[in-house]
Design a protein around this ligand. Structure first.
Ligand code: AHG
Ligand code: MN
Ligand code: MN
Length: 337
């Protein structure tokens, strides 16, 4: 009996996919795909570093704390530098902003029209225990007429709805890049044998409901009453009960929610009364992807993408997932809070 020949699906790389997307939208220029290829380059480099973390001397804590007073991990800094280098010389990136940089950085000598805001390594507390981590990015266009502005803040502090593109790379059992430019959500798996991100799934749609909730229940006692009542309902026979899944890396918890449905919650807590997650480089890009996939993302009172940012590192509560789960949660918040 002849051995079954495993043929690979039609081999579409992310660069090819982005160019195809460009051709469908004549207004966009090739420079956008050139920018996105800088991010995929950074993803390949970070993925290689994450996969050898135990071997290379890059585990553990760095000497500094970041602007949030959080202990930086060596891979936080390495990942940040990698993205800066891969984006810095694209010529069309004017400003970068990162969780690991106190202030936005104007890329000298360019009138680059794009702003890239990123979390270089999300879930970094999980690195040393070999749990999935990721990179999250959001891309805006600079405010017109501000190209030579000295104060980049007005270019950076844009409302989430103005994102041109957003995505993440999750360094898990495989390395998966997920992105949207506002025309659907598309997933690519890094094929280590060729070093290319290859199309795995186009136009990903989040299930309209899902019996999974994802939250750090260690903070339960300080959650708002409506959140507590919603979670209690999830555990009832009437509800199912739901299954609890929590990895502690936003990118990995969201990736599962995008594919399986359900809800991810990071509510206000006693320790983080504004929520822990950052609006500009965690909640906004995740919310853009969720909406493009038919899901919803809220801070409990308004849609994440409608929030007007006041500062680069501001925090927000985040509830993101299947449409029916978010609507049910809103009902509990209206009733109890
Ligand atoms: P980062 O490593 O970029 O600081 O992000 C960590 C975030 C996010 O990835 C995750 O959802 C959350 O921290 C987990 O927080 P808790 O450990 O408080 O549950
Ligand atoms: Mn993060
Ligand atoms: Mn981070």
């Amino acid at each position: 009996m002849s051995a079954e020949i495993v043929t690979e699906k039609n081999f579409v790389t992310v660069e090819e996919h982005i160019l195809n997307q460009q051709s469908n939208h004549p207004t966009s220029t090739g420079s956008f795909s050139w920018l996105l290829s800088g991010i995929t380059m950074a993803g390949r480099i970070i993925s290689a570093k994450v996969r050898r973390a135990g071997i290379l001397e890059i585990l553990g804590e760095a000497s500094d704390v970041n602007v949030h007073g959080e202990q930086q991990q060596k891979l936080d800094i390495l990942s940040n530098k990698t993205i800066e280098q891969c984006l810095g010389y694209r010529g069309n990136v004017g400003i970068i902003a990162s969780e690991e940089l106190d202030e936005p950085k104007v890329i000298a000598g360019t009138s680059g029209k794009y702003v890239v805001i990123f979390d270089p390594l999300d879930g970094s507390s999980n690195i040393d225990v070999n749990v999935s981590v990721g990179t999250i990015f959001a891309i805006f266009e600079r405010e017109s007429g501000n190209f030579n502005g000295n104060d980049p803040a007005s270019d950076v502090l844009q409302i989430g709805r103005r994102q041109l593109a957003a995505g993440y790379i999750v360094y898990g059992s495989s390395t998966v890049l997920t992105y949207t430019t506002g025309h659907g959500v598309h997933m690519f798996t890094l094929d280590p044998s060729v070093g290319a991100f290859v199309l795995a799934q186009e136009n990903v749609m989040m299930p309209k409901s899902g019996k999974y909730f994802s939250v750090n229940e260690g903070n339960f006692n300080s959650f708002p009453k409506g959140i507590q009542e919603y979670l209690k309902w999830c555990k009832t026979e009437e509800a199912g009960p739901y299954s609890a899944r929590y990895i502690g890396s936003l990118v990995a918890d969201f990736h599962r929610t995008l594919l399986r449905g359900g809800i991810f919650l990071y509510p206000p807590t006693a320790k983080t009364p504004q929520g822990k997650l950052r609006l500009m480089y965690e909640a906004n890009p995740i919310a853009f992807l969720a909406e493009q996939a038919g899901g919803l993302a809220t801070d409990g009172s308004q849609n994440i993408l409608d929030k007007a940012p006041c500062s680069l590192h501001e925090r927000t509560p985040l509830f993101v997932g299947s449409e029916s789960e978010i609507k049910r949660l809103r009902g509990y918040l209206d009733e109890w809070d």
